[in-house]
Design a protein around this ligand. Structure first.
Ligand SMILES: Cc1cc2nc3c(=O)[nH]c(=O)nc-3n(C[C@H](O)[C@H](O)[C@H](O)COP(=O)(O)OP(=O)(O)OC[C@H]3O[C@@H](n4cnc5c(N)ncnc54)[C@H](O)[C@@H]3O)c2cc1C
Length: 400
């Protein structure tokens, strides 16, 4: 959606396909980081965006047992917004869709499920999608696979994936929120348990981290035992765990961390999770996908507009984004292996690791994780190459 908006804004004709009828999917978190808010500011969309209901987090803390340990402080970032905005993904995507619809080159096709690439003379020349009206074939100078961590397009294009491993999956569910609950979203760590709570105003979006492959064992223990675990780790929510009537109230989200060796082929480029599936650790995946979109627009808009796109342009996108991706994934895998795996295996009293204790003790150190999480490595900015072509702007109402 972000790349569609940027390219349409730069005068390129774009069709964005979404397989579902709407964006009301619960398979990703809600964190819009300062880096993404900066991009919205550069696009002159920030004020409008911040009118949407959202929660601001100026810092992040984890609970180890019942003790809150602050570990990131965004207040010193050199960005317009010194906070993370928690906003449901469907609101964010609808917002981008509404803004993009102002450009005549932007076309959004909902319920269009990409099922294959069209190959001609060894290059990708378009794609096929299943729609309620039958098979749709779209020919294009470039197909961008932004279809997430189960990307069908990268598979059909035969791109090689390197699996980096993830020791956990996440059980995802909602519990109602009360006015006297804690304000902020939070991560709670206790012996053999990790519990994430994201405030969405009237309810908590909850993520309960489980060892990969353990879902059947957890189900076998019964829903009562599961409710009791939640109450142990977050006692204030104990009076509402009965809202989890049965396992149908929970969805299992599979965590995957992987990366393509090569993110492109002639006529095709993968970005976001399709190029590099991100772990939920740090809540950075959405923001990294946005950074990919900005880099791709900067590097490709002119070549697409003038129909001079070559494989070198696509290689440039991978070159630009590979280092930030590798560093971020390395950091995620280290946290998964050194902290998450150990916490999930270990019973008894949990002791915060040294670096968390240092962050708690020396507030100035909290600026380091704030920068890594909030801005990421090599933050992208909308450049003149992807600048607005105002003559293309019209005031049409959204087309979906
Ligand atoms: C449990 C969990 C929690 C997470 N929490 C956070 C968080 O709090 N913050 C954060 O930044 N990241 C989080 N992440 C990571 C984040 O979800 C991903 O990195 C991010 O969503 C990637 O964005 P994307 O646009 O590449 O892919 P996606 O967000 O997966 O979007 C892909 C889109 O393509 C559509 N699609 C898929 N296949 C097709 C098809 N064949 N045809 C047409 N459309 C298709 C999908 O419906 C979807 O709308 C979390 C991940 C997990 C597993």
């Amino acid at each position: 959606m972000m790349l569609g908006l940027l390219l349409a804004r730069a005068g390129v004709d774009v069709v964005v396909l979404e397989k579902h009828a709407d964006f009301l999917r619960d398979f990703r978190g809600d964190t819009i980081h300062p880096s993404t808010l900066e991009v919205l500011h550069e696009l002159d969309l920030l004020d409008e965006f911040l009118k949407l209901p959202h929660q601001k987090a100026y810092g992040l803390a984890v609970y180890i047992g019942n003790t809150a340990v602050p570990f990131a402080d965004f207040s010193h970032l050199p960005t317009q917004c010194k906070f993370i905005a928690f906003i449901p993904q469907w609101d964010f995507l609808n917002f981008l869709g509404q803004q993009a619809a102002h450009y005549p080159g932007f076309h959004l096709r909902m319920r269009a499920d990409a099922i294959d690439v069209i190959e001609e003379s060894g290059r990708v020349a378009g794609l096929r999608a299943q729609t309620p009206n039958g098979l749709l074939e779209i020919r294009a100078n470039l197909v961008v696979a932004a279809d997430g961590r189960s990307s069908i397009l990268r598979e059909k294009a035969g791109l090689e994936v390197r699996d980096l491993g993830a020791p956990m999956d996440v059980l995802w569910f909602r519990l109602s929120r009360r006015p006297d609950d804690p304000e902020q979203s939070m991560g709670r760590f206790a012996a053999a348990q990790i519990f994430i709570m994201i405030s969405r105003g009237e309810y908590w979006q909850c993520g309960y981290v489980i060892p990969k492959g353990s879902i059947e064992q957890i189900r076998a223990g019964g829903i009562e035992a599961f409710r009791a675990n939640i109450t142990t780790i977050a006692p204030f929510i104990g009076d509402r765990v009965a809202e989890l009537r049965d396992w149908n109230n929970l969805s299992l989200l599979t965590v995957r961390v992987d990366r393509l060796q090569q993110w492109y082929r002639e006529g095709l480029l993968c970005i976001g999770d399709a190029a590099h599936a991100m772990s939920p650790v740090g809540g950075v995946g959405i923001n990294l996908a946005i950074q990919d979109a900005v880099a791709a627009a900067n590097l490709l808009a002119e070549a697409l507009r003038t129909k001079q796109l070559t494989i070198d342009h696509l290689r440039d996108v991978q070159r630009r984004r590979e280092l930030p991706t590798r560093i971020t994934q390395r950091f995620q895998v280290a946290i998964q292996n050194r902290i998450i795996s150990r916490v999930l295996k270990r019973g008894g009293i949990l002791k915060p690791p040294l670096f968390i204790r240092m962050l708690a003790r020396f507030p100035v150190l909290r600026r380091i994780p704030a920068r890594l999480v909030g801005m990421g490595i090599r933050p992208e900015h909308v450049t003149a190459a992807a600048e607005s072509n105002r003559s293309h702007q019209v005031t049409a109402s959204p087309r979906y």
